[in-house]
Write a protein that binds this ligand. Structure first.
Ligand code: FAD
Length: 497
């Protein structure tokens, strides 16, 4: 067994890990980062993302600080709104049914804007997310749902910039290096056992930061903790997040925390591959335009309020709703009035799509849907739409149905103008909510809420932030905020231990 020594070892190769590694170097620590994936697949789920960041801002002046080359023309045609700390905290509370750990919520929110600036200082460039977070409606854009910015180049642009910064700051990165156990001595954590090319080695370190993702890619744990049927979900992102960091920490007495039966899961291309592929068209599976159409199950019946809220506040819980339908699938249906609003992924190769000029023909092509049930659903829906309310995709327009057992609350256009299109979806899991308990300095806590000396955590493997649902683009922000905090603390402590 080979033995090497560092001040800080960071486990994981995504956004949280890279932020931790960078912050630790700022404390003068010698840092190594272990990425289980080979170099060409590095970057975890972070690399698969659209790069959206949910931060506090107070309107165009704050956005201009983050996007310095925002043009006057863009400013003139855009309402950026504002997203205050109170809005953010309210959203986190409401979305998680007020189960969110209040200290973690406060830490995330209060550090969000400053952490975006910190990332900019490390080479990450941000842009306004036109088209995804604001639609061009009658010549104007209005940002909705709390998110304005995304990292240039999306998730891959983000992690590329972060790896570049890590190299510049002297972080030693090892690929194909899977951490398997935490080495613990009398005074706390002393390092890690790692598997590299089939051989075990021990790496000595004064502090360890776990940032190696949740357990969404562990089929067995999904069935065990999320429940029956979850083994059948498609993994939207990396195959390497199998819960190793959580298991290693629990093995040395860490406390499990958060909603272990909960996960971020979306309506996703039904016949997508089992895992995402960073080299392929990994974004092709997105089916996020359902607020403008209807979703029906095998019986032809609706099962969610597609217009309950902006997509950012519903998409992460609707994957579970799809999984719970007979056969675990559904169809999203649109008519020609809204086809222009469908995200680009609906037009990509690999979409399970049918198109027809009548609803009868359409449902005939949707083979596995009960035609009578479907036609009745559409008839009842069309009959209850408030026709006198104007449709506006940028606001919760109140164009609703009235009197259905399950009403559609916004964006309820009638479904009557051909051609019609329908897209088949299954459940795509993004990440799991359960994990480890940390304090606001990133220490991993044991079952008595005491910090395990030398052990820190950040990112998806932290429990207590998300329950039942998730507000879009809070994941990267949380990974960056808590990664930076954990790295800073680990770097400082490593110098003293
Ligand atoms: C398709 C998709 C789109 C998304 N879009 C957005 C978005 O726009 N905005 C947003 O905020 N969030 C988005 N998310 C969620 C976001 O990806 C996560 O919240 C965030 O990336 C988590 O970062 P992380 O660093 O904790 O985990 P990851 O980025 O997944 O990194 C985990 C890392 O740990 C490594 N690893 C695992 N086990 C080990 C081990 N034993 N030893 C060493 N390394 C190990 C993995 O290889 C990986 O590099 C999206 C997710 C997906 C899948």
């Amino acid at each position: 067994m080979e033995d090497r020594a560092f001040d800080v070892v960071v486990v994981g190769g995504g956004n949280a890990a890279l932020c931790a590694a960078l912050a630790a170097t700022e404390k003068g620590a010698r840092v190594t980062l272990l990425e289980r994936a080979p170099e060409e697949k590095r970057g975890g789920n972070s690399r698969f993302t659209g790069g959206g960041f949910r931060m506090v801002h107070h309107g165009v002046q704050d956005i201009k600080h983050v996007v310095p080359d925002l043009s006057d023309a863009d400013i003139a045609r855009t309402d950026f709104g504002e997203y205050t700390a109170e809005n953010y905290l309210d959203d986190l509370g409401r979305i998680t049914q007020y189960y969110i750990d209040p200290d973690l919520a406060e830490t995330l929110v209060r550090n969000s804007t400053d952490t975006v600036h910190w990332l900019m200082g490390r080479g990450v460039k941000f842009l306004p997310n036109y088209g995804r977070q604001a639609y061009n409606h009658e010549g104007r854009f209005k940002f909705f749902g709390g998110v304005v910015i995304y990292a240039n180049g999306g998730g891959s642009g983000l992690v590329e910039s972060e790896y570049k910064a890590a190299a510049k700051h002297g972080v030693m990165v090892r690929y194909g290096a899977r951490a398997t156990a935490i080495l613990r001595g009398k005074g706390g954590v002393e390092g890690l056992r790692v598997l590299v090319d089939g051989a075990e080695e021990d790496i000595r370190a004064r502090a360890v930061v776990l940032a190696c993702g949740g357990f969404e890619s562990n089929r067995e744990w999904r069935a065990r903790y999320l429940g029956p049927g979850w083994d059948m979900a498609k993994v939207r992102g990396t195959r390497y997040n199998t819960g190793d960091g959580i298991r290693m920490a629990l093995d040395i007495g860490a406390q499990s925390y958060g909603q272990w039966s909960g996960a971020h899961a979306v309506a996703w291309e039904r016949y997508a591959n089992d895992y995402g592929d960073v080299d392929g068209q990994h974004s092709a599976g997105y089916r996020h335009s359902y607020p403008f159409g209807l979703m029906v199950n095998a019986n032809g019946e609706r099962f969610v309020d597609e217009g309950e809220d902006f997509r950012n506040y519903t998409y992460a819980k609707y994957g579970r709703a799809v999984l719970q339908q007979p056969g675990g699938y559904a169809w999203q249906v649109f008519d020609s009035q809204v086809l222009y609003l469908l995200r680009d992924e609906y037009k990509m190769r690999g979409a399970t799509k049918v198109r027809a000029d009548t609803l009868e023909e359409l449902v005939d092509k949707m083979q596995d849907v009960n035609p009578a049930g479907f036609l009745k659903t559409i008839r009842d829906y069309n009959a209850t739409v408030k026709r006198d309310v104007r449709f506006d995709p940028n606001i919760k327009d109140g164009k609703a149905t009235v009197g259905l057992a399950l009403d559609k609350s916004n964006w309820a256009n009638t479904l009557e103008k051909p051609p019609f299109e329908a897209y088949s979806v299954g459940c795509g899991i993004t990440f799991t909510f359960g994990g480890l308990k940390i304090d606001t300095a990133g220490h991993v806590l044991d079952i008595e809420d005491a910090a395990i000396p030398g052990l820190y955590a950040a990112g998806e493997l932290v429990g207590g932030l998300f329950y039942f649902n998730y507000p879009g683009s809070a994941g990267l922000m949380a990974g960056a905020v808590f990664g930076r905090i954990a790295g800073r603390e680990a770097g400082g402590v490593a110098q003293r231990r």
